[in-house]
Ligand binder design. Sequence first.
Ligand code: ARG
Length: 467
Amino acid sequence: MAQLWGGRFTGETDALVYQFNASISFDRRFLEEDIEGSMAHVAMLARQNIITQKEAESIRDGLVSIREDVKSGRLVITDAYEDIHSFVEANLTQRIGEAGKKLHTGRSRNDQVALDMKLYTRKEIRETHALLTELLHTLLSMMEEHLDTYMPGFTHLQKAQPLTLAHHLGAYFEMFKRDIQRMEDIDRRMNYCPLGSGALAGTTYPLDREYTAGLLGFTGPTLNSMDGVSDRDYLIEYLSAAATVMMHLSRFSEEIIIWNSNEYGFVEIDDGFSTGSSIMPQKKNPDIAELVRGKTGRVYGALMSLLTTMKGLPLAYNKDMQEDKELTFDAMDTVKGCLTLFTGMLKTMRFHKEVMAKSAMNGFTNATDAADYLVTKGMPFRDAHSVIGRLVLYCIEKDTSIDALSLEELQSISPVFEADVFEAVSLRTCVEKRLTIGAPGRKAMEEVIRAEKAFLEEADLWSREKH
Ligand code: ARG
């Protein structure tokens, strides 16, 4: 058991205590970030003449060889080390001797781990951003394809008014667009480098924190060393944004599950994205959508967990903070996995346009438009609402729909109806006349699609700049 802090101790650590305390089983994940941070630190130490150029070169070579050997499998990360920081430092000293012991000059594991976690999270945020952008590209091309695919819109899961699939998908476009903006916001706010904060009070070495911050792609150094080592706000922000992404995916999944049901039959999920039953041969289940919906709970859990861990922690570093990692890593894997699979499922899903249009036509989705028709003929809306209410009742009794009635039948309810009513309550008119911005009418949708294309160009640009 290799420990970095043996000097003060005379007794051995209890084996269970060692295990309980160790983090190598999960912080091995940011080996890359740990090495990247050390490289920047060493470059700065040499630049400030705190170590020699020769020592710096030797440390850098040692770090590169460790990275390569772990990658190739020649060097294995084992739990003989307490954490990834100890693993790297011990191996470095084994490889290059005395110079290796200078790597940690002017640094503490507290600012080191704060840096590693930040670098790792920044990378994850950028990857999540890219996956969200990919999902938006998929949604936008589906929207362009389905500007005339009619379907019922629902409130209370009851048919309300007709709209188009493009419009329905457009609602999710808006949600994921905000998710993208949240990722960009967090990236900007968190992008300050904690390295140089030391254990909590900075150091007496003349470190150039601006320089290391620049090398690592940060906007600048953090401005308070106690906050530098103990800030985990960015993780809470990330988890909150991730929970919101999952909430959106879960709502969308729920709709797909409903649309895919035998009763609705609006969509068919591709064979590649569904599974069967071990006993019922006829089954084709929407497991991916259900799993995405189900996994949402884990990500919410991670957010709650970290909020609770951080609550009541006094300044500065406390070991509690080691608990920021496992659940956050799990949430990161979950969100990226769900986004990837969900987008794949969406791309291969087939829509049964006729079933959707037929469903949009029954269930009195044109009742509002029938009332609006009477208004255009001079009737106050409240009276029109009541007339159409009676008309719907009449249709229910006769098991028919408004547009299937004869003009005589309509006029028996109200003499205001004229022959042009049929055009006014047709499915096409009901949708196409809704032309205010944000509504499902084709012209309005086309305008929105143009704006969203511009948004996506910006998002792609952001992605390219950050990678
Ligand atoms: N494994 C620790 C963590 O994740 C690293 C920091 C250890 N610092 C300390 N003072 N024990 O938080």
